[in-house]
Design a protein around this ligand. Sequence first.
Ligand code: SF4
Length: 213
Amino acid sequence: MRGAAPAPPRYHGRPMGLEAALPTDSVVTTQLNRVINWARRSSVWPLPFATACCGIELMATACSRFDLARFGAEVMRFSPRQADLLIVAGRVSVKTLPVLQRIYMQMAEPKWVISMGACASTGGVFDTYAVVQGVDQYVPVDVYVPGCPPRPEMLIEGIMAIQRIIDQDNIPRDPTGKRLPLNIALTPNYELRPQPVPLGIGTSNMQGMPLRG
Ligand code: SF4
């Protein structure tokens, strides 16, 4: 015999959660694809490849003030096989590059890459023989987050951009079915703006800074 449906959880007297929006004794039907996309975008597990000062902003993103957990992506993993979002935060030396490539190859599919900050995307001010002048020459980058360093909000915007692509199942592939990098460059953001900001696969809104072809 079915018992009475449990009362929805409340916060300061107001109902909260999905149970507040939907009757708890009803059935919801949807497409399997939508459920899979929803689960994937709600449980992105990042692997922080933080090699320099950008890593401090990355850490701040997970702290209470910015609270990456709001987007289901706070479970930082240092085991590549348990991660699906590689965040390259900081400059990468030529000596470290094979480690980055190996980590990327060991990550679970479908996997995503964020290049966080000027150093990861272009080498930044370190125009030397010892520093990789853009990690996108060696691993496919999905989102470029600008700044030196980018603020935590900027990184969150990059993660949300990937989440929106996952949600829409709008993953570009070549004729052989191989996934292509999203190639999204975010606009530098110095003030809080309502989400979602406009973005498109393979586009850049950064004036005078075309993406690498
Ligand atoms: S982009 Fe700036 S903050 Fe980030 S690692 Fe390079 S120098 Fe440091």
